[in-house]
Write a protein that binds this ligand. Sequence first.
Ligand code: CUA
Length: 180
Amino acid sequence: MPATEEGILRSELRWAAVSVGLVSVIMLTVIYAGLVHHINPPSNIETIDPKTLHLTGEFTEANLGTTVEPGGQVTSRIVATQFAFQPQCVVLPANRPVTLRFASPDVIHGILVTGTNVNTMVVPGYVSQVHTVFTKTGDLLMPCHEFCGLGHSQMWATVRVVPEPVFKPDADGRVGCDAR
Ligand code: CUA
């Protein structure tokens, strides 16, 4: 069939409509996932001075690891540094909302907890925060997944997910891996 100019124009308009339709479906899916299922790209913007984070504030040594806040909120604070995590192991309860907070004093690191949806970059100058619920118990590996220097492949930590009855904070609300 010989292509007339009008035919070409109609075909172009049809395909333009298809593209606009596809983009609209994708946009609506993103908006729906964000509003209804609370699935969002990382949007937590909190800054921290990488030069002093070990001296004052929440990432000082005594605050690292898992804490049950007075309201019952479980938070783990971890420093990602060349080439280790501090602490090397954190304990968290299963089937309960938990928050992981990370900061880096040196370069960009990245973390993931194997077999879970926990995955974020840790950028110096910012606090990275992840909310999750662990459903499996056991020792989960948390490697650094952002090349951060020669020791990158040795940089990993353990997330010990324990059943709720075993998760016993001390009088200060602290729970550590050696306390078991
Ligand atoms: Cu830290 Cu790779």
